[in-house]
Design a protein around this ligand. Structure first.
Ligand SMILES: *[C@@H]1O[C@H](CO)[C@@H](O)[C@H](O)[C@H]1NC(C)=O
Ligand SMILES: *[C@@H]1O[C@H](CO)[C@@H](O)[C@H](O)[C@H]1NC(C)=O
Ligand SMILES: *[C@@H]1O[C@H](CO)[C@@H](O)[C@H](O)[C@H]1NC(C)=O
Length: 981
């Protein structure tokens, strides 16, 4: 939620009742009145004036100007950065040296220590720091007490430990040629060619250049200097003092930005750097037809009524970019948590601009990365393909955590379920209408006057009874807990936070006060380990009374959102643990907070992992590494078709950037969706990795059972589809948790040789299932056109119509009840088809195995399952099987992918679980007669089972259904024999 919603009557009443300092209260109510008036005119667009554009952010403006000057000067431009050849040393995979920056017209040169780290897996890290600042030989302005170094601790939060440096990397310096060459790499041979003067790096794979750093000479490290005497003709470029939104930034260290250009030769497509409401394939940002004029911005912020098709910043950021060209993938991680801007432009290739290359690459992408502070810290990945890239990126930042099963089922949320009776009623209604759901959510109104860890004594007087009631059907409650702590007497959370010095400070080292939901508030500083220990205490059942095992947590407003702060967040000169400035760590704040919450929920009952349940934490703000402990959603979207359209590209970008557990509010947060929009949104939401409906406090109630017919039935179908596919979703999450493969897979990831699919972002493959889905996102759509990326056969999920055509589109009719969904030939996936009230009740339900036979007559797929709630899977308590169909002999086999260990409690519990149905789609006509028969081999025995055969006609596939083959999931083989009697 965002503060501008404060216009609602409920909000206003609560706000006036709070015990805020008078000045802040005044400010608040002024805002309420002004914005209230706007709000009544209903949804306008985002308030651009509340957020900076590049030219209002001094360092962005300066670096863009440098880029323009360098470009205009062309070869006459002299880059001031030179690597001193004599300084180069190489030991244990680390190449060190000194870059000298020559300052125009001055004697002095600036010393910039450089480190290249070459890792065993084949990626490289480049770090450039500033010697004077490392040594603390600078003076801070205005007696500031902040740290003198450039911020270098992002790795502490974003990266996982344990990376091994390469012992094979070899370097040679060729002084005459002015270069140092480093050969490195794992499976594939890589090379870095480092030019000394001006400093530039080319990265080669198999002898071809795939990436160039500082080719355009935009490298810039604004070195420390004392503020010069002001002269008459000085142009203010925001180096020393900057004001925005009524706040002045004191900049104790002066200007200190870092910037670099990164070119991807021959790569016409780049993706990633979420979060932006934009197309999956990133657009150019320096003007021109259909392009943006502003760079993509990453400065986590609570953007009220954000607009779609925009490079504006949103709630979270992951500075990871993937570049794609036919048959090749590379990527970069720009590890910097300060405000960051990225310009993207494309260049028609001049065949002479890079050494060896294939002339078929017509375009290159040039990017320019600009951050306000910190060291220059960059990881370079040379692919060669998407799976290698995601595996490597995950090796650095960690893979997405394996979530509890309930959290990938359906969530029902609203700001707010107003009382425990309301919760009970909604819970009952879902059952009455036979719509499955797993989780009901409580937004801020459940608290006693916005004091987290308390309950409103009138409306939620018996929270334990409520959550116990939910537990009867294995349902959960998710309650919101935000990082702003109400400043008020008689609230131990507040007094402990401040008296123990665990809160964020302002520039003069006093505890920082700001305005948020509770009124005057302080913010927890989870960069401080003592804050994390204390935070963990708050979640113990004897502290957060009313919570129990089935209660999980939602962390909102953690950008952090501060209603009266510049750009709705804290001043940049606020001070955090260890005297780092807010400027340095801004984009990490949300991660440190949700990570602390995750640890708190995990450990609330026990320190012993054997006794812990996997927590579920939803966060709005995130950074690289957030995937290890949280799911995200796309924040406060609107009940508009344009926002439904924006969601899939955003969720796919999350998957590319390693954080696939992502969703958008179903129905749209602001406003009231038409019934058609709501219905289509459920159909789309059933394919969001995180599937939650949510609504603003002023929106009309819209629980799915209220929609009336035919909408209720259609929505029920969509939700049930999600539940029936849960084993397939869980298997996809499992894969993401060990090798980083996205869950919603764009065309370019699956078919990297087919450029026609590179900019498609409204359809996707779901995990390894071969399901190709394109939910309807346009009003009144009577059909959609699905792009078939390859020449494999595809079948309609519902009626088994056959579709074929390489790189062509097929038209699918889309009456309201229809979700356009095809099954690619060659895949097997597993469903559970019995409708239940919650996923927990499906735990031992029988399976349906769906085989989609490919052109080659084969198909395969995997099933991963475990208890879905504990960490026992880490000790081998899971099943992981593959299913393999072969038309030669018409056999379907089930094989172990990991040995099922003897003491495996989960396998024991699953012992009796059967396959109740096998559906084989696209069985070659004639292979089975009208009454085929199936021979089953299992546990050393053999028996027959009945089949029904639907002979393919009118463009439909032949479908063989084996009903109740009386086999356990561990069956060895089904042999479908021909029989014409
Ligand atoms: C820095 O200190 C000077 C002199 O004390 C004062 O005039 C100025 O306002 C201060 N600047 C900031 C940004 O705090
Ligand atoms: C991707 O590249 C790796 C080499 O790092 C190779 O082992 C793997 O087979 C490739 N995967 C695909 C799908 O081409
Ligand atoms: C994040 O949480 C994990 C899991 O509880 C914990 O082990 C880790 O230390 C935390 N990481 C950071 C950077 O706080």
């Amino acid at each position: 939620m965002n503060f501008l919603e404060g216009a609602s009557p409920v909000r206003r009443a609560k706000a006036t009742a709070s015990t805020a300092a008078p000045s802040v209260l005044k400010l608040c109510c002024y805002s309420l009145v002004v914005f209230g008036a706007i709000f009544l005119q209903v949804t306008e667009t985002v308030k651009h004036e509340n957020f900076k554009i590049c030219s209002q952010s001094g360092f962005c403006k300066r670096n863009r100007a440098l880029a323009d000057d360098a470009t205009a000067a062309g070869s006459a431009w002299v880059s001031p950065y030179e690597l001193e050849p004599a300084s180069i040393t190489m030991r244990n995979g680390k190449l060190k040296g000194t870059i000298w920056k020559t300052i125009d017209g001055q004697e002095e040169r600036v010393e910039l220590p450089l480190v290249f780290s070459f890792y065993e897996q084949g990626f490289v890290r480049l770090q450039i720091d500033e010697a004077k600042r490392l040594k603390g030989e600078i003076e801070l302005r205005n007696g500031s007490k902040v740290r003198k170094e450039r911020y270098h601790e992002a790795e502490k939060w974003a990266l996982v430990p344990g990376l091994k440096l390469s012992t094979h990397a070899k370097h040679t310096t060729l002084e005459e040629a002015g270069v140092t060459r480093v050969h490195y790499g794992g499976i594939t041979a890589f090379e870095a060619i480092i030019r000394h003067n001006p400093f530039e790096v080319r990265f080669l794979r198999d002898g071809e250049v795939h990436m160039v750093l500082n080719e355009r000479n935009f490298l810039n490290m604004e070195h420390w200097r004392a503020k010069p005497e002001a002269k008459e003709d000085d142009v203010d470029n925001g180096e020393w003092d900057e004001s925005f939104g009524g706040a002045t930034d004191s900049k104790p260290r002066g200007p200190e930005s870092v910037a670099l250009d990164i070119t991807f030769p021959g790569y016409a497509y780049v993706y990633g750097i979420p979060e932006h409401a934009t197309s999956l394939a990133l657009k150019e940002t320096r003007g021109g037809e259909g392009n943006y004029n502003e760079p993509y911005r990453m400065y986590n912020a609570d953007v009220f009524e954000y607009e779609t098709d925009s490079p504006m910043t949103l709630y979270g950021s992951i500075p990871f970019m993937q570049a794609q060209r036919k048959g090749s993938t590379v990527g970069v991680l720009w590890l910097n948590a300060a405000e960051t801007w990225v310009d993207v432009i494309k260049q028609k290739n001049n065949p002479l601009t890079f050494s060896t290359h294939d002339n078929s690459y017509k375009e290159s992408t040039q990017t320019h990365w600009i951050s306000e502070s910190g060291i220059l810290d960059l990881f370079v990945f040379l692919g060669p393909n998407a799976s290698a890239l995601y595996r490597d990126y995950g090796a650095i930042t960690g893979y997405t955590t394996l979530p509890p099963m309930f959290s990938i089922a359906y969530h029902q949320c609203r700001w707010n379920y107003v009382s425990q009776d309301d919760v009970k009623t909604v819970d009952k209604k879902f059952d009455q209408f036979d719509i499955p759901y797993d989780v009901i959510w409580l937004d801020i109104e459940y608290t006693d006057e916005k004091k987290y860890f308390t309950w409103d004594p009138l409306t939620f007087s018996k929270p334990l009874d409520m959550v116990k009631g939910l537990d009867k059907r294995q349902r959960k409650l998710v309650a919101i807990i935000d990082p702003h702590i109400k400043k008020t007497d008689g609230y131990p959370v507040s007094s402990e936070l401040t008296s123990r010095e665990l809160a964020v400070k302002d520039k003069s080292s006093k505890i920082y006060d700001g305005w948020c939901w509770p009124g005057s508030s302080n913010w927890v500083d989870c960069f401080n380990p003592s804050t994390v220990s204390w935070w963990k205490e708050q979640f113990k059942f004897n502290k957060f009374v009313g919570s129990q095992r089935n209660v999980h947590i939602w962390n909102d407003m953690n950008e952090p959102s501060v209603f009266n702060g510049p750009e709705t967040t804290m001043p940049k000169d606020n001070i955090f643990y260890d005297n780092w400035e807010h400027r340095d760590i801004h984009n990490l704040y949300g991660l440190t907070f949700h990570n602390a919450t995750y640890s708190a929920v995990k450990e609330r009952e026990s320190q012993n992992e054997d006794k812990q349940l996997r927590p579920f934490v939803l966060t709005r703000s995130f950074f690289a590494g957030s995937q290890r402990t949280a799911a995200m959603w796309t924040g406060d979207n609107e009940a508009k078709w344009s926002h439904l359209q924006a969601a899939f590209p955003m969720l796919m970008a999350q998957g590319i950037a390693g954080m696939p557990f992502a969703g958008a509010d179903v129905g749209g947060f602001f406003g009231n969706p038409s019934k058609e929009l709501l219905t289509r949104w459920y159909q789309a939401g059933a394919f969001y990795p995180f599937f939650r409906a949510h609504a603003h406090i002023d929106a009309k109630r819209r629980e799915p059972y209220l929609a009336g017919e035919p909408y209720v039935s259609i929505i029920r179908e969509a939700v049930r589809l999600r539940y029936s596919l849960l084993p397939a979703w869980y298997s996809a999450f499992h894969r993401a948790s060990w090798d980083g493969m996205p869950i919603l897979r764009p065309m370019f990831v699956m078919f990297p040789d087919n450029e026609a699919g590179f900019s498609i972002d409204d359809q996707f493959f779901m995990g390894d299932t071969g399901l190709l889905v394109k939910p309807v996102v346009y009003e009144g759509a009577e059909s959609v056109s699905i792009f078939l990326p390859d020449r494999q056969v595809y079948y309609d999920y519902k009626d088994f119509t056959i579709y074929k055509g390489e790189s062509s589109n097929v038209e699918i009719k889309t009456p309201l009840e229809r979700i356009p969904m095809l099954m690619r030939g060659g895949h097997v996936f597993v469903r559970r088809d019995r409708p239940r009230r919650s996923s927990g009740l499906m735990k031992y339900d029988p399976f349906t195995v769906v085989v989609s036979v490919g052109d080659e007559g084969v198909a395969d797929g995997v099933l991963y399952l475990d208890d879905g709630e504990t960490y026992a899977y880490k000790k081998g308590e899971f099943i992981h099987r593959s299913f393999i169909y072969n038309s030669a002999g018409n056999t379907l086999e089930s094989r172990d992918l990991a040995p099922e260990t003897a003491n495996n409690r989960f396998v024991k519990n699953m012992k009796g679980v059967r396959i109740e149905k096998v559906i084989l789609v696209g069985v070659k006509s004639g292979a089975v007669g009208k009454k085929g028969k199936v021979t089953v081999k299992s546990d050393g025995k053999t028996w027959d089972a009945k089949v029904t055969v639907e002979e393919g006609k009118d463009g439909k596939a032949t479908v063989v259904v084996v009903r109740d083959p009386k086999v356990r999931y561990k069956f060895l083989a089904l042999v479908i024999t021909t029989s014409h009697n």
